[in-house]
Design a protein around this ligand. Structure first.
Ligand code: ADP
Length: 180
């Protein structure tokens, strides 16, 4: 049986390899098992489709967030649990997303926060190596800024937690807020 939640966007922010996609997938799986409508918007995927024309300058990163916020807002307005995984390194862009989405529903900011060294050691996509070699420019954490959230709703230490534990923290927060 499908269940309706209060519309919400859960916004995962953090460095490449921090665990945004992995935790969002686990949260989605757990919610789907309980019959909730969910939709993931993932940086790597939308950048192939919705925002494939954009690069990684501050201006383009902001446009990327603006377009995805537009989609997340529509989904949230339709009571879908929307799970966004974007590096979203700029505080102003995250605040923009929050302001827009709070017009129609709830917004939960999740700072996925293992140390940079851990992300670099994981190097899931081999991008840190390329960034260190100078083959990729504007790489967040190496040659581009990441502005840490000042007051995230949740901080996940994915170097110290299992994926299941991180996902549980998110789900518990949604329950505590009365969203689930
Ligand atoms: P991002 O989406 O932030 O770029 P990914 O989810 O693609 O990061 O990669 C994170 C990597 O870290 C994966 O290989 C994942 O298996 C690993 N990992 C280890 N522990 C955790 C955890 N608690 N949460 C999320 N990812 C973890």
């Amino acid at each position: 049986m499908n269940k309706r939640a209060k519309g919400v966007t859960v916004w995962f922010t953090g460095l490449s390899g921090a665990g945004k996609t992995t935790v969002a997938l686990e949260v989605e799986k757990r919610l789907a098992e309980q019959g909730y409508y969910t939709q993931r918007l993932d940086g790597d995927i939308v950048r192939e489709k919705l925002t494939g024309d954009l690069g990684f300058s501050k201006e383009d990163r902001n446009k990327n967030i603006e377009r995805n916020t537009f989609v997340a807002k529509i989904l949230t307005d339709n009571d879908v649990i929307t799970l966004c995984s974007f590096i979203s390194p700029y505080e102003s862009a995250r605040n923009y997303a929050k302001k827009e989405i709070m017009q129609v529903g709830e917004f939960v900011e999740v700072f996925v926060d293992p140390p940079l060294e851990v992300c670099e050691k994981r190097d899931v996509k081999g991008l840190y190596k390329k960034a260190r070699e100078g083959k990729i420019k504007n790489f967040t954490g190496i040659s581009d800024p990441y502005e840490k959230p000042k007051k995230p709703d949740i901080t996940l230490k994915t170097d110290q937690e299992t994926v299941k534990e991180s996902a549980q923290i998110v789900i518990d927060h949604l329950k505590k807020r009365g969203i689930l």
